[in-house]
Design a protein around this ligand. Sequence first.
Ligand code: GLP
Length: 236
Amino acid sequence: MEVVITDHPEQVLADIITEVVREGATTLGLATGSSPVPTYTELIRRHREEGLSFRGMQAVLLDEYVGLPPNHPEAYARFIRDNFTDHVDFDAVHSPDGMAADAKGAAAEYDELIARLGPVDVQLLGIGSNGHIGFNEPSSSLTSRTRIKTLTEKTRRDNARFFGGDLEQVPLHVVTQGLGTICEATHLALVATGETKAEAIAAAVEGPLSASCPASILQWHPRATVVLDPAAASRL
Ligand code: GLP
């Protein structure tokens, strides 16, 4: 695992992505949450000003809330369009279906789609304050596949800020790529910023490889880069 501590995580991540895109990458794994947004902003700038093109490429999203239609302001499908993909030129953007009548079947189909499109060349990741990646909460199987999960109260409280601060509005269930699915990507690139992530980062980077900190799975992956600002790295 490579750990990069920098005042400009978005430049490091945008460089990683720019390099693989220019080398002919076909599939990029995208993450939601606020942490990757500066990276998306920088990639949009490079697209507009430096001719960085995602033509011929597929984007696959990590996770989605169950029960939110794709156009709901807090649906991750909508978030990624608004913050990134509508502003660049991917051939297609795929996200898990949070509205499927057969939620289990749709999750399995999404897993198969990723296997068909993959391997994902670079999978961007954020981290939850409890160490989750995607929506793989603590105790998720380290070999899990895309499936429905129940959010912990902690994660729902963390994410309530996106729902007007109202915990009741935060869905209880989500569909997320599993840790096994995520680890099939060729390169995992995790970004964390701010003091609130410092404890989770210390557990992920220096703690034991354990389901109690799902992000610690990066220790096991052959190619993982963790990009931190000094605050997120403060407990290393
Ligand atoms: C959500 C997402 C994760 C993300 C996490 C942290 O729970 N499912 O993919 O990493 O939030 O979000 P933020 O970057 O806003 O702190």
